[in-house]
Design a protein around this ligand. Structure first.
Ligand code: EPZ
Length: 417
């Protein structure tokens, strides 16, 4: 495992370039097997989730050439294989191969997906979608076998606007016979990125980014290219760090429209941001107003920024209320922040912050990707040396985080233990 060590309270000044969105690329990569041909994905972030998915493509005899942020993927000789537990447990997004293999071969055999331990994270909505399209699902210990003679378009109603289920059903429906409608679909911007890629392959998808997506099945999908949209969660994380330590910190290469609710919340706290076309310039705020934060589906406050945002709430003057509404176990950062001196009362997914409290350095444990990002944020403002164990979680979704932060003045390093 890796360990991150931070010498806190260093001003952050300069430019941080944001990479492609993890939550797009983890779906764009499996999507490639739906087409027969040469697929190109540009602006690919250098994160371990991407490497894990390429391993799965290699298992399926898909040729992948990786050139400086671009993936060239040749799917002409794709073979349908069982995706074993070792590979699928590396990340939850391995479940996208269920929809992609089902859509391509009408059969998928995939072990239980891995990913962050932020709750049970069932996949019942994905499976219900596959069944609605005509697939039969059997479970053999930890493996799902999903197959059908024919995928037939139908009207689907998602009980919850699940990002994963929306995308997985898209994959299964693009080559189904007839029309599929997904009602109560997730509206995250990453879904538009994926639908654009599929449409460039020849799919017929309308309404991506809204709660009603209409897919007309086609026979074949062909070569196409797509660019991964900027990572709004990576961007939001660095913007929050800038609110705490920035001196004209430029967070560049982003689409501010994807972060409207977050930028608005920061303004509510009294933070002065300069929002340009593809960047935000941010300065440390002298005084932070207490606010209430409640995560929700897009376009609400993203659950993935709830944890880094919590660090900001420890520095706000007064009482801030925080409510996580998407996952049932996403407060792993709170005991760590309390250990650093933060005054937080919490029960299940609700926390009350009393601020401002000076955070002191400590030895911490990252429980998942975004709690890890919160601990880095806390370590950056704490006096002294903070150690974050199990730092591998963080590398799953933040490309070159050590370099990006060091280049703007942070004293941060990562060591193998
Ligand atoms: C995606 O997870 C993202 N992951 C998550 O980012 C993100 O937090 C989440 O969407 C919400 O925006 C990827 O894109 C790889 P959901 P996903 O399906 O698809 C329940 C990060 O840190 N649910 O919208 O798993 C589920 O338990 C990660 O980058 C069911 O009950 O999210 C959860 O409580 C974390 N049954 C809620 O819905 C299902 O079949 C949200 O899940 C599916 C989901």
């Amino acid at each position: 495992m890796k360990k991150i060590i931070i010498e806190g309270n260093k001003e952050l000044s300069g430019t941080i370039k944001i990479g492609g969105a993890k939550n797009s690329v983890v779906a764009l990569i499996p999507a490639c097997i739906l087409a027969d041909g040469e697929l190109k994905i540009k602006n690919v972030p250098n994160i371990s989730d991407k490497d894990a998915l390429i391993e799965i493509l290699n298992l399926l005899n898909v040729k992948v050439i990786e050139e400086e942020g671009t993936l060239l993927i040749n799917t002409q000789k794709t073979e349908n294989k069982v995706i074993n537990e070792k590979l699928s447990n590396k990340l939850r997004a391995s479940y996208y191969f269920m929809g992609a293999l089902l859509g391509k071969f009408k059969k998928a055999e995939v072990y239980f997906p891995g990913g962050c331990n932020i709750g049970s994270r069932p996949i019942d909505l994905h499976l219900k979608g596959f069944e609605a399209l005509g697939a039969k699902i059997t479970k053999e210990d930890c493996k799902y076998i999903i197959e059908t003679k024919e995928l037939k378009g139908t009207e689907i109603y998602l009980d919850f606007a699940s990002v994963g289920a929306t995308i997985n059903i898209l994959f299964a429906a693009v080559k189904a016979k007839g029309r599929t409608i997904i009602n109560n679909a997730a509206r995250e911007v990453e879904i538009e990125n994926i639908a654009k890629f599929l449409n460039r392959m020849g799919a017929k998808i309308k309404g991506a980014g809204t709660e009603r997506i209409v897919i007309d099945g086609v026979k074949e999908l062909h070569s196409a290219a797509v660019s991964v949209i900027p990572d709004r969660i990576e961007a939001g994380t660095y913007i929050i760090m800038g609110a705490l330590l920035g001196k004209n910190l430029i967070v560049d290469g982003i689409n501010p429209n994807h972060l409207k609710v977050v930028l608005n919340k920061l303004k509510e706290m009294g933070i002065n941001l300069k929002i340009n076309k593809n960047q935000v310039i941010i300065n440390k705020a002298n005084k932070l107003k207490a606010v209430n934060v409640r995560t929700s589906v897009y376009p609400g406050f993203p659950t993935d920024l709830g944890q880094p945002m919590s660090v900001l709430l420890t520095q706000a003057e007064g009482i801030s209320q925080f409510e996580e509404t998407i996952f049932e176990n996403r407060m792993g950062h709170v005991p760590n922040l309390q250990k650093m001196g933060a005054k937080i009362e919490y029960e299940r997914q609700h926390a009350t912050f009393h601020g401002p409290t000076k955070l002191k350095s400590a030895e911490l444990i990252a429980t998942d990707l975004r709690s890890g990002a919160a601990l880095v944020t806390a370590g950056l403002i704490a006096e002294g040396e903070t150690i974050i164990n199990d730092a591998d979680h963080i590398l799953r979704g933040y490309e070159r985080i050590i370099t990006k932060l060091s280049d703007v003045g942070a004293k941060i390093k990562i060591i193998e233990v």
